[in-house]
Ligand binder design. Structure first.
Ligand code: FAD
Length: 543
């Protein structure tokens, strides 16, 4: 009787959750990227992480950590300031897993291929959850900063590189592992950091900072690289959250942002009041000092954006393979196949670009040409993949119809997350202008990019770089044309990579749709049904 009451109707044509597989072993593009980089030593770690990120358990943690968002406890019961952020336990589970897997440290522990191997893990992680990626990235990117204050930060290095997670607010010497944040943006502007208002005053061997920061993510981190003004100009400092004697360093969390996405991660407005800080790098050169950290976070954004495109594509492919409309599976409808094939081209080209950049970071340790390529390509790839990610997320969501637009599915979170990578660590225009300055300063950088494009032996691609040189030759127009310049370089580089590493059909489709067609929406490929299905097939996760 009860069972009969529950069964009001038969549930048909709903799609099973995409879970319970190995996101590494099943992904032919990622495995090929690992082989190309010669970092097969990452296989077993990637398999373990790939199995975790695609598990129902991990996805449930990601859902909970984003639904039950961090809470600020500025004061305790008695009215004393405690400035503590409380996260959902699932956030800590994910943080523990990410840091234990060495997502923040691996690149610095391997001489050969460390960036590529780590990129494989980070690519997998970003198919799961991005709120945890933020502290992972900042901790990863803090390592080059240690060179600017080797004596002061000696106690920190080993703890930054430890593959462990210890969320306790405690002095560094009492902790086995620490996480690092960065606090630069103030109310009056985040792009124009020359306008920083926070003031630093020397006191013995330390400095005291007074001022505010308008965005400070992961505010429970153990230490923060930050900017403050002194007579020499805007300078870089390091603020530990706890002082060596165990006392709290004044770090007042005024409010948490109510964000569109990235909700598992807290982003705070903070104030410094006579906050103790160590000087980092040369006084007055704070922005130049911090740029290396930003360069590494930008690299991570490139990998994350490619991974998020892969995740969005996987959801769309999975849904279309299971859902039926008008008597056949969605994927068998030619127009849906066109959309999926086009999304697949975008995600594959993004993945190739991200791993080429990772290889350039690896190569840069020994090779000047790779160093040039790495410097120039990082902002270019950051700009372009962030722009494409948002479009890919929206289109993939549409492939799921109404089911894509509800919070129970993975796409809603990806969609809300998508624009953020384009905003932080340099919003698009600022990134474009940065890249332009780098290209103007170093003709070798453009030569390195042109050589990379030329490897495809396709004169149509080389011609794009000639056009770029013409645009750059007119500085008056270069600034307003900066997006055109970056997009052209990014797409020509992707096309070259597709020619070399994709299959011939995919490369042809990419070049004709991205370099010759003027269509902008996904789903406008000029291919027959067999050509479209071939692109869909090669994008599928292996069973
Ligand atoms: C969720 C989240 C978390 C964040 N976490 C941190 C953090 O942990 N630490 C931190 O320091 N910051 C953080 N930020 C801040 C972020 O880095 C800044 O928002 C970003 O750098 C842009 O600064 P802004 O918001 O002041 O915008 P503005 O600088 O006012 O820029 C607004 C727009 O103008 C454009 N623009 C600026 N200058 C020019 C120009 N010369 N020509 C053309 N266009 C221009 C920009 O590209 C942008 O599109 C976070 C932001 C978000 C949303």
């Amino acid at each position: 009787m009860t069972a009969a009451l529950l069964q009001t109707h038969e549930v048909r044509n709903q799609v099973p959750a995409l879970e319970g597989y190995d996101a590494y072993g099943a992904d032919p593009w990622l495995r090929a990227a690992v082989r190309r980089a010669g970092v097969e030593w990452i296989d077993s770690a990637a398999q373990a992480l790939g199995t975790y990120v695609a598990s129902a358990e991990a996805q449930h943690h990601a859902t909970l950590a984003n639904r039950y968002t961090p809470e600020l406890h500025a004061f305790d019961r008695t009215g004393m300031r405690v400035d503590r952020v409380e996260y959902h336990p699932s956030y800590h589970v994910l943080m523990n897993r990410a840091f234990s897997a060495g997502l923040h440290s691996l690149a610095w522990k391997r001489d050969a291929g460390g960036f590529s191997g780590r990129a494989a893990l980070f690519y997998l992680w970003n198919q799961l959850e991005q709120g945890t990626s933020c502290p992972v990235t900042m901790t990863f990117a803090s390592v080059p900063m240690l060179e600017h204050a080797p004596d002061l930060l000696r106690d920190w290095r080993g703890r930054i590189l430890a593959d462990a997670y210890d969320p306790r607010p405690a002095p560094v010497l009492q902790k086995a592992a620490v996480t690092i944040g960065m606090a630069m943006t103030e109310k009056q502007g985040g792009s124009d950091l020359r306008a920083v208002q926070t003031v630093a005053v020397r006191e013995g061997g330390l400095y005291r900072l007074t001022g505010h920061k308008w965005f400070c993510s992961a505010p429970m981190s153990d230490g923060f690289f930050t900017l403050a003004r002194m007579k020499e100009g805007v300078s870089c400092f390091f603020v530990p959250r706890s002082l060596p004697d165990g006392a709290r360093n004044p770090f007042l969390i005024q409010r948490l942002k109510d964000k569109v996405g990235n909700r598992s991660n807290a982003s705070a407005e903070i104030e410094y009041r006579d906050t103790a800080a160590y000087a980092v790098g040369e006084p007055g050169r704070g922005i130049a000092t911090l740029i290396n950290m930003a360069h590494h976070t930008r690299f991570d954004i490139v990998v994350a954006a490619a991974a998020m495109m892969r995740a969005a594509l996987n959801q769309a492919l999975h849904h279309a393979a299971h859902r039926e409309a008008f008597g056949k599976r969605l994927v068998d409808h030619p127009l849906m196949a066109n959309v999926l094939a086009d999304l697949a081209l975008e995600a594959e080209a993004a993945t190739l670009l991200a791993f080429r950049l990772a290889a350039a970071f690896d190569g840069a340790r020994k090779d000047a040409a790779e160093r040039e390529l790495q410097r120039a390509l990082t902002p270019i790839a950051k700009y372009w993949l962030c722009k494409r990610m948002t479009a890919v997320a929206a289109e993939a969501m549409e492939c799921l119809g109404g089911n894509g637009y509800v919070e129970e599915g993975a796409l809603a979170r990806l969609f809300r997350e998508a624009p953020l990578n384009g905003i932080w660590e340099g919003s698009a225009n600022v990134i474009c202008l940065d890249a332009l300055r780098a290209l103007a300063k170093s003709p070798e950088a453009l030569d390195a990019l042109a050589r990379e494009v030329a490897l495809a032996k396709d004169t149509r691609l080389d011609q794009r770089l000639v056009e770029v040189r013409q645009l750059l030759a007119s500085p008056a127009n270069a600034e307003s044309g900066a997006r055109r310049i970056l997009e052209t370089i990014a797409v020509a580089t992707q096309a070259s990579l597709m020619r070399r590493y994709g299959d011939a059909g995919a490369a042809d489709a990419f070049v004709s749709s991205r370099l010759e067609d003027s269509l902008r929406a996904f789903g406008g490929l000029s291919l027959d049904a067999a050509g479209l299905q071939a692109l869909v097939e090669r994008a599928k996760l292996a069973a």
